[in-house]
Design a binder for this molecule. Structure first.
Ligand SMILES: Cc1cc2nc3c(=O)[nH]c(=O)nc-3n(C[C@H](O)[C@H](O)[C@H](O)COP(=O)(O)OP(=O)(O)OC[C@H]3O[C@@H](n4cnc5c(N)ncnc54)[C@H](O)[C@@H]3O)c2cc1C
Length: 384
């Protein structure tokens, strides 16, 4: 079993790439990021096509926890240290605005519930206080929280979503506007001007590779700065014995869960309990991590409902906590490695890649390069 709870039926019949196709831009990877890049290209009036090795949302974008969190992978106070207060604040504001934008775009599947960060111990509670102070010092919304989930912080501008529905809806909109998406078409070779699969070629002026996990497999030159890990989750039948109105983050974000409107619970985490083994390209759930999730589900969350789904997927991490957004080869752009939180950062970064690939300015790209410069000068790598 490696099926996310989000997969409640198939999408349209996949169209594999056959023969030669021409477009100004080819986007490789049809998760939330690749589809955001295609949307931005369409707004710029650029003819583009998308291609994926599997199905739309078949990667992490359709198999994640569904959290929509403002900021980067590191907590806000950590980003202030790493990237400087001004840049960290501007990045946070852009991600909060992107959450709002996505919620307006798909109100039926995105809910602005806020999110909780709860402390697993006294040291984490002290860390929550640092996060609270840093957010307040930048005028960003945050509240102290104490409730049945634990003690920590309430981030009121965050939200949750059904992740696979989000990407399938984006793909449906792209197709409805006449756009082409090729699925079940693993890309074997990317060169300036051509994206090649076993049965076809896309001739294009520019390529944007929007792949999170396994990015360093496509671009070995990004290794070891970029490294792929497996993240695992499970989900239950409706669990009426518990009530979690908001998504919850715990243990520095290692563990996370949300309860769906129908009462089902989606729980992920415990990667650090087998950290060496979880730095892998494999995407099958493992007995060890799943047993940790089971234990936490039963003993800490007190959920009795049966486990109905278990799944895993790949994401990539960077040593500086900043996503990759770069022209890695002539006219070939790479975007990815969101260090475990790509639903919002991925969309922003992929839109930025689309703009840069077309010679347009991007405020998000400018912020990331400011952060990278500051981090290179003053920072120290952090990461969860
Ligand atoms: C279990 C789990 C929980 C998570 N929880 C959250 C969360 O709650 N909130 C959050 O913000 N983030 C979360 N993340 C991270 C988030 O899911 C990802 O960062 C984000 O979805 C990445 O989206 P993407 O479109 O960039 O990449 P992906 O969704 O991974 O899409 C990349 C696509 O590229 C395709 N591809 C790869 N190689 C090739 C090739 N050679 N040729 C053609 N196509 C190729 C893949 O098939 C895939 O469909 C989680 C991730 C996991 C795994």
């Amino acid at each position: 079993m490696n099926l996310p709870i989000w997969d409640q039926g198939t999408g349209p019949l996949p169209l594999p790439l056959e023969g030669t196709v021409r477009a100004a831009v080819c986007v490789v990877g049809l998760g939330g990021s690749g589809l955001a890049a295609l949307d931005e290209l369409s707004k710029l009036g650029v003819a583009a096509v998308g291609i994926d090795a599997g199905l739309v949302g078949g990667g992490a974008a359709g198999r994640n926890g569904g959290f929509l969190l403002a900021g980067l992978a590191n907590f806000f106070h950590e980003t202030v240290v790493l990237y400087g207060r001004e840049t960290a604040t501007a990045i946070y504001l852009q991600t909060a605005a992107e959450i709002q934008r996505q919620a307006c775009e798909q109100p039926e599947i995105i809910h602005l519930t806020g999110s909780l960060r709860v402390a697993a111990d006294a040291a984490e509670l002290a860390d929550c206080q640092l996060q609270l102070a840093a957010l307040r010092a930048s005028g960003l919304p945050v509240e102290s929280y104490a409730g049945p989930e634990g003690v920590g912080l309430l981030l009121p501008t965050d939200g949750v979503m059904q992740p696979l529905a989000r990407v399938r809806n984006l793909a449906a909109r792209w197709r409805a506007e006449g756009g082409q998406l090729y699925e079940n078409s693993p890309v074997r070779k990317i060169t300036k001007g051509a994206v090649v699969t076993a049965s076809g070629t896309i001739l294009c002026e520019r390529v944007i590779v929007a792949v999170d996990g396994r990015l360093e497999q496509i671009f070995p030159e990004l290794s070891p700065h970029v490294r792929t890990a497996r993240l695992q989750m499970l989900a239950t039948a409706p669990a009426r014995e518990v009530n979690f109105p908001r998504p919850v983050y715990r243990r520095q974000g290692y563990d996370y869960w949300q309860q769906l409107p129908d009462g089902c619970l989606a729980l992920g985490g415990f990667r650090d309990h087998a950290e060496a083994a979880e730095w892998t390209f494999a995407t099958e759930p493992t007995a060890l991590i799943q047993s940790r999730l089971d234990k936490f589900l039963r003993e800490d969350l007190k959920v009795r409902a049966a486990v109905t789904h278990r799944w895993a997927a790949s994401v990539a991490y960077t040593t500086d906590g900043l996503p990759v957004l770069a022209e890695v080869r002539d006219q070939v752009w790479a975007v990815g490695a969101y260090s475990g939180t790509g639903n919002i950062v991925g969309a922003l970064s992929a839109r930025a890649a689309a703009r840069l690939a077309c010679g347009q300015p991007s405020a998000w790209a400018d912020l990331l390069s400011q952060a990278r410069t500051y981090c290179g000068r003053n920072g120290r790598p952090l990461g969860h």
